[in-house]
Unconditional design. Structure first.
Length: 293
């Protein structure tokens, strides 16, 4: 069946943002489960057209009305929509306590809970650095030696978007790319308790995504000199990050200088300049083994 939708022009920015997040969650679930929109429409009895509009952020007015009732009651909307009875009182108190924290304290509280009750961070190794630092070459070998999956986050972003990275930026823009990156990272973390993850070079510039990565993974910054970055990118036959720039080496230097303090927030750093892959891999294994002890 279908359902009346709310014209976007009648919504305030908070309501539209809420419906957009709701749509992203539905789409993200379908992607994770490998379920087509048509199959979900059949299973739910909701029209495929309505699901498409819901995923686009144009949800049913009833969703917003329920949210308004919850706000008036000063309870989370999920408490009203829960199907499986009351949640433990402690969980409700914990949720309300966390919701009242200043934004800069929420990440710290999450890290404390993760450290005390979550899976060990060291089970996931995240490799940071600009293109040409050795993330893919070292990452694949490290994952093989550890017997864990190797994940290139850029490829997962492309899966989320259904397009290659170039199209993502040109069609959707930087903000949308960050949303795809967030969804891809959250999915990878859900799916893999152990893994080696090669991140995109710019992930560190997004504070939320970088904080999540650092909370859930042991992060290693793979460093290299600007000249080394340049020569490796050229040898790979891929000048994508610097395409159309007449001073590519200067651009690499600028990026490294701009991001140095961000990369330095990683748990460890490894300089791969002038080193054979085998040598760098041994050093990387030593870093990881030291963390596991």
């Amino acid at each position: 069946m279908g359902a009346p939708l709310t014209p976007p022009s009648q919504l305030d920015s908070a309501e539209q943002a809420y419906l957009s997040r709701l749509g992203e969650r539905v789409r993200g679930w379908r992607f994770d489960q490998g379920v087509t929109r048509k199959a979900l429409a059949v299973a739910s009895g909701v029209s495929e057209r309505y699901l498409a509009q819901l995923e686009a952020g144009h949800g049913n007015i009833s969703v917003l009305l329920l949210r308004k009732v919850a706000h008036a009651m000063q309870v989370p909307v999920e408490d009203l929509a829960r199907e499986n009875g009351e949640a433990p009182a402690e969980l409700a108190l914990l949720t309300r306590f966390a919701a009242a924290l200043p934004p800069d304290k929420v990440a710290a509280a999450h890290r404390l809970l993760q450290a005390q009750f979550g899976s060990p961070r060291k089970r996931r190794i995240a490799l940071l650095g600009l293109r040409g630092a050795g993330k893919s070459s070292l990452g694949t070998r490290l994952a093989e030696s550890l017997g864990v999956p190797f994940v290139e986050l850029d490829r997962e972003v492309e899966r989320e978007a259904g397009s290659d990275l170039g199209a993502v930026f040109s069609i959707y823009g930087q903000d949308a790319y960050r949303r795809f990156e967030r969804r891809a990272l959250e999915r990878v973390l859900r799916q893999h308790d152990r893994a080696v993850i090669a991140t995109g070079g710019s992930l560190v510039t997004d504070q939320d995504n970088y904080d999540l990565l650092r909370e859930r993974c042991y992060c290693v910054w793979l460093k290299a000199s600007p000249e080394e970055h340049m020569s490796r990118v050229i040898s790979q036959g891929d000048m994508r990050p610097f395409k159309g720039r007449s001073a590519a080496l200067d651009e690499i230097r600028r990026l490294l200088a701009d991001r140095d303090r961000l990369y330095a927030r990683a748990d460890a750093a490894l300089d791969t300049s002038g080193k054979a892959v085998r040598h760098s891999l041994t050093q990387l294994r030593n870093l990881v083994s030291k963390e596991e002890k």
